[in-house]
Write a protein that binds this ligand. Structure first.
Ligand SMILES: [Zn+2]
Length: 197
């Protein structure tokens, strides 16, 4: 388990809420769906103050696809920096493209795409810029030192936030209601929440 391990497989949505009027209402679902980290750069909520640092991001930009403004499948959980850099650019879907197979993060904090979609995404967002590389190498070292010297701190850096969303408030429509039982909150209730991820 590393600080910047991209998911093994392309993301399959577990949740399917629909019918909310404002994108922000989907936020608890997206936090759970994307496990409390930025879908682009893997910044974790646990590494910062959360408020103001994470956005509900429109994968297809609202200016080009206003009809998808509150469509759950078009929304991603992203850090403010990545969201800002992405802007209104049309990109390959990071939740499908950025996988362990398609992306390599090197010990110096640099990142490489191994297929054309991943390379394009990395290039357009600037995920391999000096500032991202420096940031990645700092956090890789932080996590490495914590793992070696302070297990409690290691668990804090790599574990789940305390305020897991319960998702028990029903949306107007839920296309995947079975996902609620698979949310991280429900797993914690059943004693199945992993210590870290
Ligand atoms: Zn990010």
């Amino acid at each position: 388990m590393g600080a910047f391990d991209y998911p093994a497989l392309p993301h399959q949505r577990r949740h399917g809420p629909h019918g909310y009027e404002r994108p922000i209402t989907y936020r608890p679902w997206l936090r759970d769906e994307f496990t409390f980290r930025c879908v682009y750069c893997l910044l974790r909520e646990q590494w910062g103050r959360i408020t103001g640092e994470f956005d509900v991001e429109h994968f297809r930009p609202q200016v080009n696809s206003p009809e998808l403004g509150v469509t759950y499948e078009n929304l991603l959980y992203a850090c403010h920096t990545c969201n800002l850099l992405k802007g209104v650019t049309e990109l390959p879907d990071p939740s499908r493209v950025l996988t362990a197979e398609a992306v390599r993060v090197n010990p110096d904090g640099s990142i490489e795409g191994r297929d054309s979609d991943a390379r394009r995404l990395i290039a357009i967002l600037g995920l391999n810029s000096d500032s991202y590389r420096r940031w990645r190498s700092v956090w890789m070292r932080n996590v490495e030192l914590a793992e070696q010297y302070d297990q409690e701190h290691f668990r804090r850096l790599m574990g789940f936030p305390d305020d897991l969303p319960s998702l028990d408030h029903s949306p107007p429509v839920n296309a995947r209601p079975e996902g609620v039982q698979q949310c991280w909150y429900a797993k914690r209730q059943r004693g199945e929440l992993p210590e870290m991820y």
